[in-house]
Design a protein around this ligand. Sequence first.
Ligand SMILES: Nc1nc2c(c(=O)[nH]1)N[C@H]1C(S)=C(S)[C@@H](COP(=O)(O)OP(=O)(O)OC[C@H]3O[C@@H](n4cnc5c(=O)[nH]c(N)nc54)[C@H](O)[C@@H]3O)O[C@H]1N2
Ligand SMILES: Nc1nc2c(c(=O)[nH]1)N[C@H]1C(S)=C(S)[C@@H](COP(=O)(O)OP(=O)(O)OC[C@H]3O[C@@H](n4cnc5c(=O)[nH]c(N)nc54)[C@H](O)[C@@H]3O)O[C@H]1N2
Ligand code: SF4
Ligand SMILES: [Mo]
Length: 711
Amino acid sequence: MAAQLDPKTTQAFGGCPHDCPDTCAMIFDIADGKVVGVRGNKDHPMTRGGLCVKLKDYEKRHYHPDRLLYPMRRTGPKGSKQFERISWDEALDEITTRWKAIIDEYGPQAIIPYSYLGHQGLVHGLNGGDAFFNRLGATVCERTFCGEGSATAWLLTHGPSGGMDPESFAQSKYIVIWACNSVSTNLHHWHIIQDAHKKGAKVVVIDTYRSKTAAQADWHIAPKPGTDGALAMAMIHTIIEEGLVDQDYVDNYTVGFDELADRAKARTPEWAEDITGVPADVIRTLAREYATTKPAAIRIGVALERHYGGGQTIRAVCCLPALVGAWRDAGGGIMQMPVWEHPYKFDVICRPDFIPEGTRVVNNLQIGRALTGEMDLDPPIKSMMCWNSNPVTQAPECDKIVDGLMRDDLFLVSAEHFISDTASYADIVLPAAMGAELEDIILSWGHNYLTYNAKSVEPPGEAVPNNEIFRQLAARMGFDDERFKWSDSECLEHYIDWDAPACEGIDLDYLRQYGFAHLKLGAPAERAPHREGNFPTPSGKCELKSSAAAGGNFVAPVFRQMYEAMQPGEALDPLPDYVPSRETAATNPERAKKYPLNIVSPKSHGFLNSCYANMENKIQGQGEQFVLINAADADARGIRDGEPVRVFNDRGGFEGAARITDDVNAGVVVATLGYWRQLNKGTVNIVSSAEFVNMGHAPSFSDNLVQVEAL
Ligand SMILES: Nc1nc2c(c(=O)[nH]1)N[C@H]1C(S)=C(S)[C@@H](COP(=O)(O)OP(=O)(O)OC[C@H]3O[C@@H](n4cnc5c(=O)[nH]c(N)nc54)[C@H](O)[C@@H]3O)O[C@H]1N2
Ligand SMILES: Nc1nc2c(c(=O)[nH]1)N[C@H]1C(S)=C(S)[C@@H](COP(=O)(O)OP(=O)(O)OC[C@H]3O[C@@H](n4cnc5c(=O)[nH]c(N)nc54)[C@H](O)[C@@H]3O)O[C@H]1N2
Ligand code: SF4
Ligand SMILES: [Mo]
């Protein structure tokens, strides 16, 4: 149990609000009404007292000279970043007057909200704004930036099971980290994997390039991007062919084994070698080691979903633990996002019941197409409000987004901490409060704790928390529903199902006193949720053949209003398989002739999505935008190490410094994400396609062909 803070010292409990699976429990040091330091909470079993390079001087972000302190109105041309200070009254009056006029002329669906997990709190992230815009009758913005393909595949196989507890990896003897760069993106899980390693566990990383995590693994396997489905199917083939199946587990706790075995018959390691570039022998060895070492754990990263066959790939990987009976052991099984058993009341948070029947849905990845008119929308979008997200940097086809935001007849409102690449185009900018300046409970999608964040200081200038912005807007729009009057504390009382078994012994007072609490989902180290089946699926078993797939493609309701889960779609293949990427030499030879290289754009170690990519000390730590390229590809193009290159396709291009390295295989280039357009020559998402993958409307950031040229 966490120690109580010493009431005589000026410390307060914090929870890292960023979109990161670790959701660290922090301690803010406060002096003279300001945050003067921040530390990881030593008592928290995952945070263990340490924060990452991004957050360790979080106070500098709070008091950064570029921080937005006052509401502002645009004075120069769109994108010029010329603004004048106005009062809150003027700002809110102007916004609501404009919106009322738009609603009169075009109806409320001409307005669209745009937000994501820039703040991951229940109150200020997830999502006071949804309730407001649902009440307004605005177009619903379906948010599938991250994890919805994975979550859909997960639900089809396991139902809403939380899967492995990340802390139980300490017991594992064989750990496969599949398309996850834990050292950069899930650091506090990496510590636990290190504990297991010290006790003799073998750590295997399957990553398209030698990431920081792959470099520290016992074994790095590097399939071509988007070919992991073939690798997983060949593992299934080998496990069945070589008699490594835990037949007792399969007979008792799975459905569809015979059909899966039939499907896997032709998926030999030799077949997979051609597709993945991974030698057949390597695939066999991996399958044998995985099947025969107990406990065996798999951690899948979000990146595994980011190509056309992403959902089916994850379906195949999810079948592995049941086939070999890995679920029998604590420290065995698979972990994706352990959120499904968390007791959040999304229907109360988001109020999907407010959405008028027949309201249209526009997906956030395709906002560029929506704003430019490429998507046929009646009424057209006349206003967008953006908070907790920065689509100009983070969403695909971002040149189109900029074209759309430049429209004179588009009224853009942006609530932000900084003049981000998106806020640059705003008509009205609203200053939002930051971490230590507001009360919230931060959810995690990487562990099973509730983490409390105390309001410890007043926001600087006239910044206010997100939820207060929506309270004010609701009052001006005349929404008198009680929920728009709840204080942040009252929201917290309503947003969590405190009576759920997972909350036994936990309430708001407990969190205020101790800072965090492990949800009562079983002792983390001993958790083996499917030792005896108990899968929350329609059959009660692990569905190797999915019964829900016939019902059609759906978007898993992770972190979002349930409403979005009800989108119908065409029926899915009930069995997993390899589905090739959209942009490859085999599937699109014409395109591959012009753009022969496959780009992967993972997270930057030193940035949190686009956050911190405007701070001098963080840019120094991370380095300027680079493009990793193999010597063979560099030589063929006259590219020299360290020199500037342009990466492009028909969607546009960006520049970076070439780094010639055998960390990437020939045919693949890597450029990490987050760099700001206003500070660089383009960004990686200029070349990204806004087409969805085949499950959950997930993005296809690992399914893009490019050419690279020396400058
Ligand atoms: N430092 C830092 N941490 C972060 C974030 C950040 O921006 N910076 N963002 C947070 C967020 S929002 C998320 S969703 C998580 C994401 O965390 P991760 O899932 O770890 O995300 P990525 O770094 O994008 O990708 C992980 C690895 O997958 C590899 N990869 C990409 N495509 C493929 C493929 O087709 N096959 C295989 N085998 N590997 C592939 C990439 O090379 C990369 O090394 O990180 C969170 N943590
Ligand atoms: N090429 C490529 N693109 C990707 C990815 C990839 O791996 N490769 N990853 C995708 C993934 S996994 C994700 S999750 C998305 C993330 O995409 P975004 O959610 O758009 O990511 P951020 O850049 O973190 O944007 C968050 C913004 O919210 C602001 N913000 C933070 N806190 C607050 C607050 O309290 N109030 C207000 N009003 N604003 C706040 C921050 O200043 C920042 O500008 O990007 C996706 N884009
Ligand atoms: S960004 Fe992630 S690792 Fe860093 S402090 Fe926040 S939760 Fe922890
Ligand atoms: Mo994400």
